[in-house]
Write a protein of this length. Structure first.
Length: 128
């Protein structure tokens, strides 16, 4: 009997973590639609939130998930990556599951993989 209760509790925890992570991704996708070009970083943080979710496979997922700075031709771009998609349930978050949100001079200039790739080409940014 105790074994069955343990199994049920473990399954509930496993599935509830997956639901929380899915809701986290869904909310990030909805919030990205609320962004506007020219917003300051503090406004973007207010819209996107700085929450986190714990997942049994992924660990703690934060908002933003990660950030990078690129320098190119006298310009400095800061990119915040938000977890918005799940392509493979492999226990890892891949680049393809993240949406870049791009700033120049502390202002939002664009978001999405297409916009980011356009910047990479235009400014010949070297990606590691």
């Amino acid at each position: 009997m105790r074994r069955n209760i343990s199994l049920v509790l473990s399954l509930l925890l496993f599935f509830s973590c997956g639901i929380a992570t899915r809701n986290f991704r869904d909310l990030n996708r909805r919030n990205i639609l609320k962004l506007s070009i020219g917003m300051e970083k503090t406004d973007v943080l207010r819209v996107m939130g700085n929450r986190q979710v714990k997942d049994s496979q992924l660990g703690t997922v934060t908002n933003p998930y990660k950030s990078e700075i690129f320098k190119a031709q006298e310009k400095v771009f800061e990119i915040w990556y938000y977890y918005t998609d799940r392509t493979v349930a492999d226990g890892m978050i891949s680049e393809g599951e993240l949406t870049p949100v791009i700033f120049e001079d502390e202002r939002l200039v664009g978001w999405g993989e297409g916009y980011f790739q356009d910047l990479v080409k235009k400014y010949e940014i070297k990606i590691k």
